[in-house]
Design a binder for this molecule. Structure first.
Ligand SMILES: Nc1ncnc2c1ncn2[C@@H]1O[C@H](COP(=O)(O)OP(=O)(O)OP(=O)(O)O)[C@@H](O)[C@H]1O
Ligand SMILES: [Mg+2]
Length: 467
C-alpha cells in the first residue's frame, strides 16, 4: 500500500469530537477535579470532626485541671448543699469551659450516679455526645458536648465544597477546552496541510502564531515542506533533463545511423561504381567517427554527472598550456587561413589538471576557428586579477557571433546555435558542456559574450591558490 492511499484513509475534515484530544483533555480534567474534590471533602470533614473533638477535650481538660476551679469545687464540699454551690462555680466558669447550656452542658451526679443538678434541658447521657469527667468528693461533674455541631459544620463544608467544585469544574472545563483548542488547532492545520502536500499541493503553509513548542513545530513543518518541495522539484527537473537528454541522444545518433545504413544497403543491393563505393565508404567512416565522438563525450559527461572524474592536480603554468594549445590547433587554423594571436600576461601558477585545462582551451579555440570564416582573426589572452585572485583565459574571435536568443543556451548539452550551419559532421553540440564541467570542477566559471556578425568572447576564470 503506498503512502498516498494510506493518507486517503485519514478523515477528510478534522477528527470526530468523540475521539478528539480536546474531549479527552476535558474528560481527564473532569475526572481529576472530581477526585481532588472528593479527597478534599473527605479530608476536611474528617479534620473538622477530629479538630472539634480534640479541641473540646483539650480546652475542658485544661480548665478542669485549673487549680482555682479545683479548689473552688473542693471548697463546695464543706457547704450544706455542695451541688448547688458547685452549680454556681461551674456557671461562673462557663465562659472558660464553653458551656452555653445548649450544645455544651454539665451534670452533677451523686455517689450513685444519679443526676443531682444540670443546666441541660434534657438528662440524656447516651447519644452523640463527648464527655469530660471530674470527681469532687462523692460527686462527679460531667461536661457534655453535643457532637452534632461538628457534624453540621462538616456537612455544610462538604456542601460548600461540592457546590464550588461544580463551579470550578465548569470554569476549568471551559478554560481547558480553550487551551486544548489552542494546542490542537495548529496540529489539525498541520494534518490538513500534510495531506495536501502528500497529494502534491504545496500551496498551503502552516500559520505560525506563537513562539512556543507548537510554534516551533509549525516552523519546522513549513521548513520540511519547503525542503520536500525543492527536492521533488529538483527530482522532477532532473527527470525531465534525463528525458530530454535521452530524446536528444536518440535523435543525434539516428541521423548518422540512418545514413550509414542507407549507404551500406545501397552498396550491398545495387551495382555501385568503384569511385562511388569509395565515396560511400568515406561517408560511412565519417558518420561512424561522429557517433564515436558523440558517445565518447556523453560518457565523459556522465562521468562528470556521477562525480567520477578525478583531476590529476598539480601546479600548472597556464601560459605554457595556452602555448601547447596554439601548437595543437595550428593545422586547423592554417586550413582556414586564420590568424591566432596569443597574448600572455604574467600570471601565477594555479592548482589544476593540465590535460583538462588544455582540453578547455582547445575546445574554445576549435569553436573560434569553426565559427569564424576563412581568414578570420582569433585572439587568446591570459590575465591575472589580484583583487579576486582569479586567473582569466579569454578567447575572442571576429566570426559569426551568437544571437541573443542562443547565447544563454550554448553551454547546454546538444545545443547548437545555428542548426543548419553546425549540422556539418564535426559538430556534436557537446563541446561547451564538457568545457563548463571541467571549469566548474576546478572551482571556476565560464562566460560568453557575443554580437552576431562581430564575433564572440569566451572567458574562463579560474581561482588562484585553490584547487
Ligand atoms: N566562438 C563561437 N562563435 C560562434 N558560435 C559559437 C562559438 N562557440 C560556440 N558557438 C555556438 O555554440 C554551440 C555549442 O558549441 P559546442 O562547442 O558546445 O558544440 P559544437 O561546437 O557545435 O560541437 P562540438 O561538440 O563538436 O564542439 C555551437 O554549435 C555554436 O552554435
Ligand atoms: Mg565546439
Amino acid at each position: 500500500m503506498n503512502i498516498l492511499s494510506k493518507i486517503k484513509e485519514l478523515p477528510k475534515a478534522g477528527v470526530k469530537l468523540r475521539s478528539s484530544l480536546r474531549t479527552k483533555y476535558v474528560i481527564i480534567l473532569g475526572i481529576t477535579t472530581l477526585v481532588i474534590l472528593s479527597a478534599v471533602t473527605i479530608a476536611v470533614t474528617l479534620n473538622v470532626r477530629t479538630y472539634y473533638r480534640s479541641y473540646f477535650a483539650r480546652i475542658t481538660s485544661e480548665v478542669f485541671t485549673d487549680t482555682d476551679l479545683q479548689a473552688a469545687l473542693s471548697a463546695c464540699l464543706s457547704a450544706e448543699s455542695p451541688p448547688e454551690l458547685m452549680y454556681d462555680v461551674l456557671i461562673a466558669y462557663s465562659g472558660k469551659l464553653g458551656i452555653d447550656g445548649e450544645r455544651r452542658t454539665f451534670f452533677i451526679l451523686d455517689a450513685n450516679g444519679a443526676i443531682v443538678l444540670s443546666n441541660a434541658r434534657d438528662g440524656n447521657l447516651v447519644g452523640k455526645y463527648d464527655f469530660q469527667r471530674r470527681v469532687i468528693g462523692p460527686y462527679t461533674i460531667l461536661l457534655r458536648d453535643d457532637r452534632t455541631l461538628a457534624s453540621e459544620m462538616a456537612e455544610s463544608i462538604t456542601s460548600i465544597t461540592i457546590k464550588s467544585g461544580f463551579v470550578v469544574i465548569f470554569v476549568a472545563s471551559v478554560l481547558f477546552f480553550g487551551i486544548a483548542h489552542a494546542v490542537t488547532a495548529p496540529i489539525e492545520e498541520m494534518t490538513r496541510t500534510a495531506i495536501k502536500i502528500a497529494k502534491g499541493d504545496y500551496s498551503d503553509k502552516v500559520k505560525v502564531r506563537s513562539h512556543d513548542e507548537i510554534g516551533r513545530l509549525g516552523r519546522a513543518f513549513n521548513y520540511m515542506a519547503k525542503q520536500l518541495r525543492l527536492t521533488i522539484e529538483s527530482l522532477e527537473r532532473s527527470e525531465e533533463a534525463q528525458r530530454v537528454l535521452i530524446a536528444d541522444v536518440s535523435h543525434e545518433l539516428k541521423t548518422p545511423l540512418t545514413s550509414v545504413t542507407a549507404y551500406a544497403e545501397t552498396m550491398l543491393t545495387s551495382e555501385v561504381p568503384q569511385e562511388a563505393q569509395l565515396e560511400f565508404l568515406k561517408i560511412i567512416l565519417s558518420e561512424a567517427r561522429r557517433m564515436t565522438r558523440i558517445i565518447g563525450r556523453l560518457l565523459e559527461l556522465s562521468r562528470f554527472d556521477s562525480g567520477k572524474v578525478a583531476l590529476d592536480v598539480s601546479y600548472i603554468d597556464v601560459n605554457e598550456v595556452c602555448q601547447k594549445a596554439v601548437s595543437a590547433i595550428k593545422i586547423q587554423l592554417q586550413k582556414k587561413e586564420q590568424q591566432l594571436k596569443l597574448s600572455c600576461a604574467e600570471v601565477p601558477k594555479i592548482k589544476g589538471d593540465a590535460e583538462r585545462i588544455l582540453q578547455v582551451i582547445l575546445n574554445l579555440l576549435s569553436n573560434a576557428s569553426k565559427y569564424t570564416p576563412q581568414g578570420g582573426k582569433i585572439l587568446m589572452t591570459t590575465n591575472y586579477l589580484p583583487d579576486t585572485m582569479q586567473l582569466q583565459i579569454a578567447v575572442r574571435d571576429n566570426g559569426d557571433g551568437i544571437s541573443e536568443v542562443d547565447l544563454p543556451h550554448v553551454f547546454e548539452r546538444f545545443y547548437r546555435a545555428d542548426k543548419a550551419r553546425t549540422s556539418e559532421n564535426s559538430s556534436t553540440g557537446l563541446g561547451l558542456s564538457v568545457t563548463k564541467e571541467i571549469v566548474t570542477l576546478h572551482g571556476g566559471d565560464i562566460t560568453a559574450v557575443s554580437k552576431p556578425g562581430k564575433g564572440s568572447l569566451f572567458t574562463v576564470s579560474l581561482p588562484v591558490g585553490e584547487k
